[in-house]
Structures are given as C-alpha cells and as structure tokens.
Design a binder for this molecule. Structure first.
Ligand code: ADP
Ligand code: MG
Length: 589
C-alpha cells in the first residue's frame, strides 16, 4: 500500500488542477505540454536510461504518430479513436524497420545512427506532398466522446494525463518483471544476459519498439491537441530535447521522465517569457541560459533530479520479501547416460597471431570438481568462453552430454545446464542482489512483456524470486538480499554471481576465480558449498589461483600454460609435477 499511496495522491492532484477556480488557462497548456513530453521521455527512460541505447531520434516517432492520424482523419474521415491503434502501429512498425538496423550498432555508432534517421525523417516529413510538405496538415478533428469534444486545453488535458499515468504504470510493471530484468541487464553489455538465456537483440528491439510506441502516442495526442501537424516539432532538435528531459529527470526512472518534462518545459517557458524583459529582445540568450541551467542542475544531481529527490526522502519504500515456500520446477533436460558431462577435444582459439587456447583436450565427469589452473594469460578464461558460447572455437570439438556446442550461442549452451560466473564481475550494480540473482532463473520463467505490463505474470514472478532468494540463502548472502549489488565488496559480488549461476539449476557450474577477494573464512564456506553441490550431483569446473583452496577441493586438475595443456591429474600428482612447478607453482611459491 505504501507504494501506491503517492501515486493515488498524484493522480487526484492532477485530476483537480483544471477544476481550480481561476487557474490561468496558460498553466493548463503547460501541463498538457509536460504530459506530451513526459510520454516520449518515458520511452527514453526504458531505451536509454535502463537499456543503455541512446536515441536522439525519438521525435521522429512522434511524427509517425501525428501524421498517421492527421492523414487518416483529414483525407479519409476516419474517427480519431480508430486512428489511435493505427498511429501506434505505424510508429511500432517504423521502430521495427529502423530498430533492426540501429540496435545492431554499438558504441557511438548507435546514437549517431539515431541522429541520422532523425534528420532524414524530418526531411521526409517536410518533402512529402501527401503530408503537406513544410506547411503540414491542418484541420485535424478534436478528440470527442459522444457530443463532448475536447477542443480546449483543459479538456484534452485529461486524455493526455490518463495516457501518462497508464503508460507510467505499464512501464513500471514491465521493469519490475522477468522481461524488465533482462532489459535492465542490457546496459552492462550483452555477455552476462546472454549467459542466462536472454535473447539480447530481441530485448533491445523490444525496448526500441516500446519507446517508439510511447512517442507515437504522444504524437497522436499532439495532433489532436494542436489540431494540426507540421514537421518542426518532429525534427532532430526536438529529439535532442527529449533526451535532455530524460537525463535531467533521471534517465533510469519512470517518474524522472515526468519530473524532467516538468522542469524543462517550465524552465524554457519562464526563460522565453522573462529573459527578453531583462536583457531586451536577445532571442538567442534563452538557449544559452537554458543550457547553462541544465548543466548546473546536472552538476547538482548527476543521475538526474528524481533519484536526487528520492534519496532525500525521510522514509524508504518497503520491499516485499519473496515467499521461499514457492517452488520452481526443475528444467526438463536430457541427462545422458555417459558419465562424461563435458568433453573438450583439441579445442583451439586464435586471436590473430595469439594462440590463446592451443588444441586443449580434457573431460569433466558427472559429480566431479575439476580445477583449471595456470599462469595469467594461459587461456583459462578463453576456455570458459569457448565452452559457454561467448567465443567460437577456431577448431576442435566441445560437447555437453554428447551434444556438440562449439558453434552454439550462449543462450543454447545454458539450456543444456551449463552456467557460469565471470572473472570480471558482470552484475548490474544498480539492481538489488535479489534482482541480479533472479536473472539466472530467466529461462525457468516464461512471462513476456505484455503479460508483465498487465501484471498477469505474478505467480510466475513470485516463483522466480523465491528461487533467487533460496540460492542467495544457500550462498549465505540473505542479509544483503535487498542491497544494491554495486554496494557489495568485490568478494561478495563474486558470491552473488555464484547464486545467479545456481538459479539455472545447472548440471555443470563454471567458476572463474570465485575465491579472489574472499577472506579465509569466506573461502572455507565457499569450498564447503562447492563440495555440497558436487555431492548433490553437480559438476564444477573452476579457475582459481589460490593453490591451497584448489588442492584441497579439486578431484582433478588440468594445467594450462601459454594455451597448451601441460599436465592433468590428481592434486597430489600435480603438486609434484616438475613441468607444473616450473611453469606455475614454482613461480607462485
Ligand atoms: P587467463 O584467463 O588464463 O588469464 P585468458 O584466457 O584471459 O587467460 O587469455 C589468454 C590469452 O588470450 C592472453 O594472451 C590474452 O591476451 C588473449 N586474449 C584473450 N581474450 C582476447 C581477445 N578477445 N582478443 C585478443 N586476445 C585475447
Ligand atoms: Mg582469466
């Protein structure tokens, strides 16, 4: 209830504002504009703040929404309510077409790509005859319900703000779900998300479409608010402004979009009305002052104004603890009859001239802890990446339970019951431990975006969170379950990664330097946990430099040096092996 109360108060406040006697009509217009901008910025929150895909081109999608209804209502006499789905559909289809090309771009190319089509579409809008070229289309009918026509700013106000509130609710629901966690994991790169079965290109396209549809909705409302559409508000400049709004409000926060829209729209208005009085008609000045004020604001609250405000609240919103009595079904997997779980035969990986893994062969059997050791740069992490599909082998064979995986993507390998941790921790720092770990159970849930938005995913979701909570308890981090992953020590973060990997319910667990950064007691607990997992039927392949830890724990050890296997055997034999002492142990001692 405590989560809902502010929302109810906000909704009521927004509902009565136009009814206040004597409120200047101009304020209502401002609020309408804030609502319209907030819708677009909300899409950017998901796309840029949460998903990490920066777009300068969102205004173009408003254009698709606005022009679709403009053409259909004026040229074909279609009712505005019927053009709503059409506007959303056209924006969505435009997003699919542009998204397929754009989301494949990485680094700086992605925002540059969005600028390119943002400018391109602006020119398209202003050159097409049937869109009225630069003059645009006028005479768009108002929205109406029965004989009630939303002709004035204070009547369409309700349509706009209902759209904002409903969109905010749907977006928050989406973020707080299995799909939402997958989207939130995108920003930290695709490797960790894919290791747990997330189809990252699909997730990126989804947020791209979602953001475009929200912009399309804003455009549709705009067209019926202005009763006209021309290219100017859909150009690159507007696209930049929307991104500004999202960043000022707090790019990762749904309500940040609304707050950011409020700040930017009001600030611009105030500057435009008052600066000319102070400095006398210099029209360029407001842009400069506006820029300076925004920079100052971001100095004060670098993550945006919304999180800055929230961190100053005297109370924290309560979190629900997962009901760990809920059970999650074990994934259905082929369990082979052969005792060999992982078979690696002459696996080779070349990076240009460097042979990182040089025809390495070894097996991991069921219920076995195998350690992969060797000096830095020996090819241990690369071997992990070959097994888990992050890298494709140059040659050789890798099979999990008899199924060849050397060309399989990570999402397929994890389905066979192979999960892993990373040498360089790959958690989402601003997600809680619980949420991070729940990403590990991604493949064990099935709810999609639509059911999440409509909250039809709650049983599925409760089971996933229960499983995550159980694994967190298993690794001994229950006290940290609601903390942000980024606030934990590096050693603890490694343990969080183990809990996440355990959520897969793996048959084979790959751990890349799990004990690095752990204290002595923590190492002993980890060793006890790994033994317990093995005795429960799991196999473990681990890379580790702490020789005390390895010799004590491993059933078998494989030693790599310069990408080549130089020894394999029981710990006692490895300790005495002269080649190993020369290449690695001697140096360590
Ligand atoms: P280890 O985990 O045993 O310390 P790695 O598997 O990380 O070693 O690296 C093995 C070798 O491969 C090193 O020489 C490293 O520089 C090289 N290497 C690893 N990944 C890449 C890559 N993506 N591109 C080029 N070289 C790489
Ligand atoms: Mg390594």
């Amino acid at each position: 209830m405590s989560q809902r109360l502010p929302l109810i108060i906000f909704t009521l406040a927004m509902a009565v504002i136009p009814l206040i006697p004597g409120i200047p009509p101009f304020w209502i217009v401002l609020l309408d504009n804030i609502g319209l901008a907030a819708l677009v910025a909300m899409g950017l929150v998901l796309l840029t703040g949460v998903g990490g895909l920066t777009s300068f081109g969102q205004a173009a999608f408003c254009g698709f929404g606005a022009y679709t209804t403009a053409v259909l209502t004026t040229a074909y006499g279609v009712s505005p309510w019927l053009t709503l789905p059409a506007s959303l559909l056209v924006s969505g289809i435009a997003a699919v077409l542009l998204g397929i090309v754009t989301v494949r771009l990485s680094g700086h190319y992605l925002p540059l790509g969005t600028i390119a089509w943002g400018i391109g579409l602006f020119y398209l809008f202003s050159k097409l005859e049937f869109l009225g070229r630069n003059d645009g289309i006028s005479g768009i009918p108002p929205l109406s319900i029965g004989s009630f026509r939303m002709l004035s700013p204070d009547t369409i106000y309700y349509a706009i703000w209902i759209a904002v509130l409903v969109s905010a609710l749907l977006t928050m629901n989406l973020l707080d779900s299995r799909t939402g966690r997958a989207i939130r994991a995108l920003r930290r790169g695709h490797v960790a998300a894919e290791a747990f079965g997330v189809q990252t290109p699909r997730a990126k396209l989804l947020v791209f479409i979602y953001a475009a549809v929200l912009a399309g909705l804003s455009g549709w409302l705009y067209a019926h608010f202005q009763r006209a559409a021309n290219p100017t508000p859909f150009g690159a400049q507007a696209g930049i402004e929307y991104l500004f709004i999202a960043v000022v409000g707090g790019a990762g926060y749904v309500w940040g979009a609304v707050l950011g829209a409020g700040i930017v729209v009001v600030l611009k208005e105030v500057l435009q009305s008052y600066l000319p009085y102070i400095f006398g008609g210099q029209s360029q000045l407001e842009t400069i002052v506006f820029g300076i004020m925004l920079v100052l604001l971001l100095q004060l609250a670098p993550a945006g104004v919304w999180p800055w405000l929230m961190s100053r609240l005297p109370f924290k919103p309560a979190r629900k603890t997962p009901d760990t009595s809920l059970k999650l079904e074990h994934p259905a997997r082929a369990s082979g009859t052969s005792p060999v779980l992982l078979h690696i035969e002459k696996a080779r990986k070349q990076f240009g001239g460097v042979i990182a893994v040089n025809d390495v062969s070894f097996d991991v059997n069921a219920r076995e802890i195998v350690a992969l050791i060797g000096p830095n740069g020996a090819g241990k992490s690369t071997t992990f990446n070959l097994i888990t599909g992050v890298l494709t082998a140059t040659s050789g064979k890798i099979a999990v339970l008899g199924k060849e995986v050397e060309n399989a993507p990570p999402q397929e390998v994890v389905k066979l019951g192979v999960s892993r941790t990373f040498q360089h921790v790959k958690l989402v720092p601003d997600m809680t431990v619980l949420e991070n770990v729940a990403i590990g159970a991604h493949l064990r849930g099935s709810s999609g975006a639509i059911s999440s938005m409509l909250r039809l995913d709650r049983t599925d979701e409760a089971r996933l969170l229960a499983e995550a909570a159980r694994q967190i308890e298993r690794v001994g981090l229950s006290d940290q379950i609601d903390q942000l992953a980024g606030s934990l020590s590096l050693g603890q973060q490694r343990i969080v990664e183990i809990a996440r990997a355990l959520c897969v319910d793996p048959q084979l667990l790959l751990l890349d330097e799990p004990a690095a950064g752990l204290r002595h007691m923590e190492k002993q607990r980890l060793a006890a946990l790994l033994r317990q997992l093995r005795d429960g039927g799991m196999s473990v392949l681990l890379v580790e430099h702490d020789m005390g830890f390895v010799m004590d724990l491993a059933d078998r050890i494989v030693v790599l040096d310069f990408g080549t296997k130089i020894a394999e055997g029981a710990p006692a034999a490895i300790k005495r092996n002269p080649d190993v002492i020369k290449a690695y142990l001697g140096a360590a001692a």
